[in-house]
Write a protein that binds this ligand. Structure first.
Ligand code: C5P
Length: 479
């Protein structure tokens, strides 16, 4: 596929940005607080820093009218918005005039593309690129950064992290597709990233093997996922050498090919005796892993998926700044802070999931749509992580899951996902946007992952609208 349309748009877009910097203007980078937001915001911040620009970066939950008013009041010279802002161009134009640019990959209304007369929106879909699987915001920001200056090609490894963070490893065996492949090739050619087919365990570079297996929730394996003792017993009984000569636990990345085959064999035998887990999970366990070669062995940042998990954790528990510093190169205090954050984040998630399943009233499941009521339990910024985790749970297989919580500002926030094995044609991004807008809310996202915010008074009607929309061909994915 040719990216000439994107290349053509990049030139004037970068020229404008360069002029803004050269004129001594101060730039506010506003990004989404998830891992793709943190990577894209950081890539832009690094590019601006290297140009000697005056800039600030901040991460926010979502774009909304209050935020736009606040940005206006702060009266910055220019605003660069990453991984956010799709569907908000008219509002931005009204509040900020022409002093803004959006770098994004979320599907936007056709009208927004047609009315972008001054080329302020650099959105993947505008150039015929599927922003759901071919490039995330991190990749789009990388395209801007590397056009601004070829030296910024070293940021390609951060763009690789953004692609796995946004689950864009959707090719065969978790390979990349589309523009992500091109960016990956650059990172590989610079020796920054290596790609291998391997067992995909969480904590590949950092966790003892049995813990890595227990922490792996994609795929979910009944009696192993979240169960360290069972994982330890299984691997030990299979004769896997779990510690090295110095008595130190070995991490997954340290096992030989032969040992990895034995590990997979042991898991396969276990799964074969389980009536709750399909044998297909063994296939799902093997895929491409992306290693950031310049990072230390056993560092959380060496495996791109672990890196992205750390960034996500930082954003979700309100410490996006730590993630941004790490992406921009801090390997001292901020990395230690990040390591601590990930522990807190995991404990919180585990507690949330147990409570959802323990409090039966929280889950309303009709076999097709599952609605989870997280009111008074789930922190709004953790909602996406919870819906992602639930989407891998075998008890919700095949469903569309909608998780909600009552946010601090009195609105309801929803996060929706297609669960494992779901073959619904429904496009969740369209459904969330349409149903939220019908009740003065705002929403959007991708076909398989989307979210929205609605006024509290609209809750029941909104949910009825969503139920109807999930079986309405008008909201089916076309591609
Ligand atoms: O918040 P959550 O992780 O559920 O969001 C899923 C996807 O939907 C993300 O890509 C997010 O940026 C997008 N989204 C959106 N508009 C919203 C909420 C979420 O575009 N109001």
């Amino acid at each position: 596929m040719s990216y000439s349309k994107l290349a053509e748009a990049l030139k004037p877009f970068c020229e404008k940005l360069r002029t803004v910097v050269e004129n001594g203007n101060e730039i506010a980078v506003i990004t989404h607080l998830d891992a793709d937001g943190i990577t894209s915001g950081s890539i832009m911040a690094s590019a601006l820093a290297r140009m000697g620009a005056k800039y600030s970066v901040r991460a926010v939950s979502d774009m909304n009218t209050n935020l736009i008013e606040k940005l206006k009041d702060e009266s910055h010279d220019f605003y660069v918005i990453t991984d956010l802002g799709g569907g908000w161009a008219a509002h931005l134009r009204k509040a900020l005039g022409s002093k803004w640019a959006v770098i994004d990959h979320h599907q936007i209304p056709e009208e927004e593309i047609l009315t972008d007369d001054s080329g302020q929106i650099l959105n993947a879909w505008k150039y015929g690129i599927d922003g759901g699987k071919e490039v995330p915001a991190g990749g789009m920001a990388y395209m801007v950064a590397s056009t601004l200056d070829k030296k910024n090609r070293d940021l390609s490894c951060i763009a690789v992290v953004s692609a796995v963070a946004d689950r864009q490893d959707q090719g065969d065996k978790k390979s990349f597709v589309g523009l992500n492949t091109e960016i990956l090739k650059t990172a590989q050619s610079l020796g920054l990233v290596s790609v291998d087919l391997d067992i995909m365990l969480t904590g590949r570079e950092t966790k003892p093997l049995h813990e890595a297996l227990a922490y792996t929730s994609f795929p979910y394996i009944d009696s192993l996922t979240w169960n360290r003792e069972n994982c330890h017993a299984l691997l030990k009984n299979a004769g896997i050498k779990l510690k090295d000569g110095n008595g130190r636990w070995r991490v997954p990345a340290e096992f030989s090919q032969e040992e990895k085959s034995a590990i997979l064999d042991a898991i396969a035998k276990f799964v074969a005796t389980s009536n709750k887990t399909s044998t297909g999970v063994i296939n799902d366990l093997v895929g491409y892993v992306y290693t950031l070669a310049a990072e230390d062995k056993r560092s959380q940042l060496r495996d791109a998926r672990e890196f992205s998990t750390m960034l996500n954790a930082c954003g979700r528990i309100g410490k996006a700044g730590v993630g941004i510093s790490i992406c921009m190169g801090d390997r001292n205090n901020m990395l230690s802070a990040g390591e601590e954050i990930i522990g807190t984040y995991r404990t919180t998630l585990r507690n949330y999931i147990s409570t959802i399943f323990a409090d039966k009233w929280r889950l309303v499941d009709d076999g097709k749509n599952a609605f989870v009521n997280g009111d008074g339990l789930l922190a709004e910024d953790m909602l996406g992580a919870i819906s992602s985790l639930l989407s891998g749970s075998p008890s919700l297989a095949g469903r569309l899951v909608f998780v909600r919580t009552l946010a601090k500002d009195g609105t309801y926030k929803f996060s929706s996902r297609k669960c494992l094995g779901c073959n619904s044609q429904a496009n969740l991004g369209l459904i969330m946007r349409h149903c939220a807008e019908a009740f003065q809310g705002a929403g959007g996202g991708h076909s398989a992952a989307a979210g929205c915010r609605i006024p509290s008074s609209a809750l029941e009607d909104f949910m009825a609208g969503v139920r109807a929309a999930t079986s309405d061909p008008k909201f089916a994915t076309t591609s």
